[in-house]
Design a protein around this ligand. Structure first.
Ligand code: ACO
Length: 323
């Protein structure tokens, strides 16, 4: 049985850090409010010349180097992003060009904060279906560019960055002992489209628009949706919360992360949290967290790792993989 196995990981962050203290000088907020409601202490903000594609390229190069591979070894690039450099061509093709790669296929995938989970699921389907043998999966965002910097209810929450995984085809036995993606569970429901959205677009206003969110409404649905798709992954694989070595959640809000882990019975020592450092980087948050915990030696080869996310759409999903 073909499995999609992690071969490399990498990340890239903008140079500039913006602390909560600096936020206080922009909008009527406080470090105390932000930390207490979200767990966020700082975020990275893209400066001149830093874009979704340049950050994605940085994450891609780090992942290739760690894997001991070159762009010649890839045949697929998927970029999960809601903040592309241009409406088209796709940021994935831009990154393909930056890497000097002239073969294979590259495309963007848009599922907002669930984008990375959707992209891993898509790459896994391409690999298992024989359409690709080695995929570069990137989550990259510059949400700072679609924020309304006068709206304190949203601008304090988000940050910029990129992370990447390289997935490659490997033979498995078809059991949970296999390395690689064991299951992916994806969901969406457009009835919630007005709770978290951008108020512009090429086909409506002809502008990029700004992020708008009913935070309390998003919060209300988050824990239930997240735990549903994680339980679906347990059911699909016959695993339980006790089997999970690491929960790597989308990093939106510390209270959502803790609430989900508690409901599932996963101890907080097994949860990777980077929201304090990165803020909510949407599709980039999971690969940034994976990079942090794999680089510092927490996530080791053979560990069972649960990824989960929920975001605009709403979209939500989980991926269970053995590292
Ligand atoms: N600083 C100070 N006060 C603030 C701020 C701020 N930055 N923002 C809002 N407030 C005030 C509000 O005006 C309100 O004041 P009022 O009571 O006088 O009206 C008060 O704080 C409480 O506001 P709430 O919105 O009820 O605060 P809540 O506890 O719900 O926290 C938050 C807000 C953090 C946004 C929370 O609702 C949340 O985390 N929601 C989920 C958001 C999320 O995860 N989004 C990402 C999804 S992923 C994606 O796809 C992008």
């Amino acid at each position: 049985m073909i499995r999609s196995v992690v071969r490399g990981f990498g990340a890239a962050l903008p140079k500039r850090v913006m602390t909560n203290k600096e936020m206080e000088s922009r909008v009527d907020t406080s470090d105390e409010w932000i930390v207490q409601r979200t767990g966020i202490r700082q975020r990275y903000i893209a400066g001149e010349g830093e874009t979704t594609a340049s950050l994605g390229e940085g994450a891609a190069r780090a992942a290739l180097q760690r894997a001991g591979l070159t762009p010649d070894d890839l045949d697929l690039i998927i970029v999960a992003t809601s903040t592309p450099d241009n409406t088209f061509p796709a940021t994935a093709v831009n990154i393909q060009n930056r890497l000097g790669m002239r073969h294979g296929a590259a495309f963007d995938l848009q599922a907002v904060c669930s984008g990375f989970v959707y992209a891993v699921a898509t790459a896994d389907a391409y690999i298992r279906g024989g359409l690709a043998s080695r995929a570069l999966v990137i989550g990259a965002e510059t949400f700072s560019r679609i924020l309304d910097w006068s709206d304190r209810t949203t601008c304090v929450l988000f940050g910029d960055g990129a992370g990447a995984l390289i997935l490659e085809a490997a033979n498995g036995e078809g059991t949970n002992a296999d390395r690689g993606v064991l299951t992916a569970q994806l969901r969406s429901d457009g009835v919630h489209g007005d709770k978290l959205y951008v108020d512009g677009g090429p086909s409506t206003t002809g502008t990029v628009g700004h992020l708008r969110m009913e935070g309390r409404e998003v919060f209300k649905h988050a824990v239930g949706m997240i735990t549903d798709v994680i339980e679906a992954a347990f059911e699909a694989t016959g695993t339980t919360a006790d089997d999970v070595d690491w929960l790597v959640p989308h990093q939106a809000n510390r209270r959502i992360i803790d609430g989900s882990a508690r409901k599932l019975g996963i101890p907080l020592e097994k949860v990777v949290v980077t929201v304090d450092q990165h803020g909510n980087t949407s599709a980039a948050s999971i690969p940034l967290a994976l990079d942090t915990a794999a680089a510092d030696g927490r996530i080791k080869r053979g560990d069972l790792v649960m990824l989960e996310a929920m975001g605009g759409g709403f979209t939500w999903g989980s991926v269970l993989l053995r590292w």
